[in-house]
Design a protein around this ligand. Structure first.
Ligand SMILES: NC(=O)C1=CN([C@@H]2O[C@H](COP(=O)(O)OP(=O)(O)OC[C@H]3O[C@@H](n4cnc5c(N)ncnc54)[C@H](OP(=O)(O)O)[C@@H]3O)[C@@H](O)[C@H]2O)C=CC1
Ligand SMILES: O=C(CO)COP(=O)(O)O
Ligand SMILES: [Zn+2]
Length: 353
C-alpha cells in the first residue's frame, strides 16, 4: 500500500529587485495581513532597512513594534515572543542577516503567526527556508520554523552591504556540492530520508552560481541579483527536503564548531566554504573536486585558508576533530577524524600551513 505523504511549505510571494524595500507595505496588503506588525531586526539592518520600512507603515497609519536582537540565541527568540504578546502584534517581519531572520521565523513558529523575510545581506541561504539554526551550549539546533509568507529582497540594499557578506552567501551556495555528497553518503550508509529533487536543485544552484562567478563583483547590483536568486533556490531545496540536508553537511558541522571555538571571528558562509574544501578532499581524494571548490571560492574573493578566516591552524584542527559530535547528522566525518588525519587533509588542501 502507498503511504507516503509530504508537505512542502514555500513563500507565496518572492519580490527581488531594485528599490523593492518600499513594496513591503504592498506585500503585506496582498497577503491580507491586518493589525500591527513586529519588526525583528539587528543593529545595522535597523538603520539601513527597518527604519525606512517603519516610516512607510507610519505613513499608512500603522505603528510597528520593533525588537533589535544582538545575537542568534534562544533568549532572543524568547524576547521576541514576549514582545509580540505584550504589544499584541498580528504578524512578524524579519529584517536583516541570518540572525534577525532566523529569530523572526522561530518566534513566528511558536506564536503561530505569519512572517515576512526582508534580507539586508545576501550572506546565507536561510532567507527563504523553513529552518532556524541556533547555537545552544555545546550543540546547535536546526529546527523546523515558519517559512516566510513573502520574501522582499532589495538588490540596492544588498549591493551596498559589505562585499564580504555577499561572498559569504556565494560560499554558502558553493558548499552545497559537499552537503549533497554527504547526504547521498548518509542515504547509502544510514538510509536517511533523501529527496532527489532537493539534491538536484541544490547542486544545480551551486553550478549556476559558479558558472556566473565572473559577474559577481563588488558594488554591482547585478551581483546581488545573481547571489540572491541562488540563495532563494537553495532555501527552496531545504523546504522541499524538509531539512537543511541539501545545503548543510560536514562543512557546516565544521563551521558550527568554529562558531563555538572562535565566536564572531568569521562569517558563516566563509567558514562553510573552507570546510567544503576539506570535506570535498575527504570524499574524493586528490582527484576529487576539492580544487574546483577552492578555485570557485577564490574567484569570488572568499577565504580558502584558516589564515584568511582569521582563525589559527590549531583551532581549525580542533574543529575538524570534534565537529562530528555537535549534531546527529551522518557525514563523511563518520565517527570523527583523529588529529593526524585532520592535520594531513588540512595541510594537503592548503587550509593550514
Ligand atoms: N536558517 C537557515 O537555514 C540558515 C541560517 N543561518 C544562520 O544565519 C546566521 C548567519 O547569517 P549572517 O547574515 O552571516 O549573520 P548576521 O545576521 O549576524 O549578519 C552578519 C553581519 O552583517 C551585518 N549586516 C547585515 N546586513 C547589513 C547591511 N545591509 N549593511 C551592513 N552590515 C550588515 C550584521 O550587522 P549587525 O551585527 O549590526 O546586525 C552582522 O554584523 C547564523 O546564525 C547562521 O546559523 C545561515 C544559513 C542558513
Ligand atoms: O546554514 C544552513 C544551510 O546553508 C543551515 O544549516 P544548519 O541546519 O546546519 O544550520
Ligand atoms: Zn549555511
Amino acid at each position: 500500500m502507498f503511504e507516503k505523504s509530504t508537505w512542502i511549505r514555500l513563500p507565496r510571494n518572492v519580490i527581488v529587485g531594485h528599490d523593492v524595500l518600499s513594496d513591503v507595505v504592498d506585500a503585506v496588503d496582498e497577503l491580507h495581513l491586518h493589525g500591527r506588525p513586529l519588526f525583528v531586526t539587528s543593529p545595522t539592518p535597523r538603520r539601513v532597512a527597518a527604519e525606512p520600512i517603519v516610516a512607510d507603515f507610519e505613513a499608512i497609519g500603522v505603528e510597528p513594534a520593533v525588537v533589535t536582537v544582538e545575537s542568534a540565541s534562544f533568549d532572543a527568540v524568547e524576547e521576541v515572543i514576549e514582545t509580540a504578546e505584550a504589544e499584541e502584534v498580528s504578524y512578524l517581519v524579519g529584517i536583516g542577516g541570518g540572525k534577525a531572520i532566523d529569530i523572526a521565523k522561530m518566534a513566528s513558529e511558536h506564536l503561530e503567526m505569519g512572517f515576512l523575510s526582508v534580507p539586508t545581506a545576501a550572506s546565507h541561504d536561510g532567507i527563504v527556508s523553513n529552518r532556524g539554526s541556533v547555537p545552544d551550549g555545546d550543540t546547535r539546533h536546526s529546527v523546523a520554523a515558519e517559512p516566510p509568507l513573502a520574501v522582499i529582497a532589495d538588490t540596492g540594499v544588498l549591493a551596498e552591504a559589505p562585499w564580504e557578506l555577499t561572498t559569504a552567501g556565494c560560499a554558502d551556495i558553493i558548499s552545497n556540492y559537499t552537503a549533497v555528497m554527504d547526504w547521498r553518503l548518509a542515504r547509502r550508509l544510514q538510509n536517511v530520508e533523501y529527496s532527489e529533487y532537493a539534491a538536484a536543485l541544490s547542486e544545480m544552484t551551486a553550478e549556476i552560481l559558479v558558472d556566473n562567478a565572473d559577474h559577481v563583483r563588488p558594488g554591482l547590483e547585478e551581483s546581488a541579483w545573481i547571489v540572491t536568486k541562488a540563495l532563494m533556490s537553495s532555501g527552496v531545496a531545504m523546504s522541499i527536503a524538509g531539512s537543511s540536508r541539501p545545503a548543510s553537511g560536514a562543512e557546516h558541522l565544521f563551521s558550527h564548531q568554529l562558531d563555538r571555538l572562535a565566536p564572531g571571528t568569521a562569517l558563516h558562509g566563509h567558514q562553510v566554504g573552507v570546510g567544503s574544501i576539506v570535506t570535498a578532499y575527504l570524499h574524493g581524494g586528490e582527484r576529487g573536486i576539492w580544487k574546483d571548490i577552492r578555485s570557485a571560492l577564490d574567484s569570488i574573493d572568499a577565504p580558502t585558508t584558516a589564515a584568511e578566516l582569521g582563525i589559527d591552524d590549531e583551532t581549525v584542527i580542533e574543529a575538524l576533530t570534534t565537529c562530528h559530535e555537535i549534531r546527529d547528522r551522518y557525514t563523511i566525518l563518520g565517527n570523527g577524524m583523529n588529529e593526524r588525519a585532520a592535520r594531513e587533509v588540512a595541510t594537503k588542501t592548503g587550509v593550514i600551513e
